[in-house]
Design a protein around this ligand. Structure first.
Ligand code: ADP
Ligand code: MG
Length: 157
């Protein structure tokens, strides 16, 4: 069963708190494969901003930039509270089929429980195998305000 939870975020500071809360939830959920967070929403809705704030929660010092052109970027996680050792940021915007993500080694990525995978534009790779994921939808309402809804127990996009 999927459950939906809606939150209104009023600022980047609130986005920071929200991303730390989401990380805590994924970090604490028992798993035997990668942790996966799907990020949906229009351009500028805040998907990359969410990844930046989450990386900040994990004290990742490298600058997080959108992987639109390289598709995938990896960052080491050294935070002692994290059960993940790698944050993998994927932007599927330029992909046309799930096979393109499979060529990039998707099957190996999802097998490893030490990977935390965040995917922007999951709609571009419909049908890709997803063991368990949180699916977050971002919607820009006005100014810095965002309506964010979370669905859990997603089996596929
Ligand atoms: N509350 C908020 N949540 C997310 N982004 C916000 C918020 N307020 C302002 N922004 C700004 O909106 C922009 C969102 O851009 P980005 O995260 O790149 O969007 P996307 O990756 O969804 O295309 C950023 O410039 C970010 O600083
Ligand atoms: Mg983006």
């Amino acid at each position: 069963m999927e459950k939906e939870k809606v939150t209104i975020i009023h600022s980047l500071d609130e986005l920071h708190l929200f991303s730390c809360m989401v990380f805590g939830e994924v970090n604490d959920t028992e798993r035997d494969s990668a942790g996966i967070i799907l990020l949906s929403g229009d351009l500028g809705a805040g998907k990359t901003a969410f990844v930046k704030e989450l990386a900040d929660c994990l004290h990742i010092k490298e600058e997080i930039t959108s992987p639109t052109f390289v598709i995938q970027k990896e960052y080491s996680v050294r935070d002692s509270t994290s059960s993940f050792k790698k944050l993998i940021h994927i932007d599927a915007y330029r992909l046309e089929r799930k096979e393109e993500l499979e060529y990039l080694g998707w099957d190996d990525l999802i097998c490893n429980p030490e990977n935390l995978i965040l995917i922007e534009w999951p709609e571009k790779v419909v049908g890709i195998e997803i063991p368990h994921a949180l699916h977050i939808y971002f919607e820009s309402t006005r100014g810095d305000e965002r309506r964010v809804s979370i669905l859990s127990n997603t089996q596929s996009v």
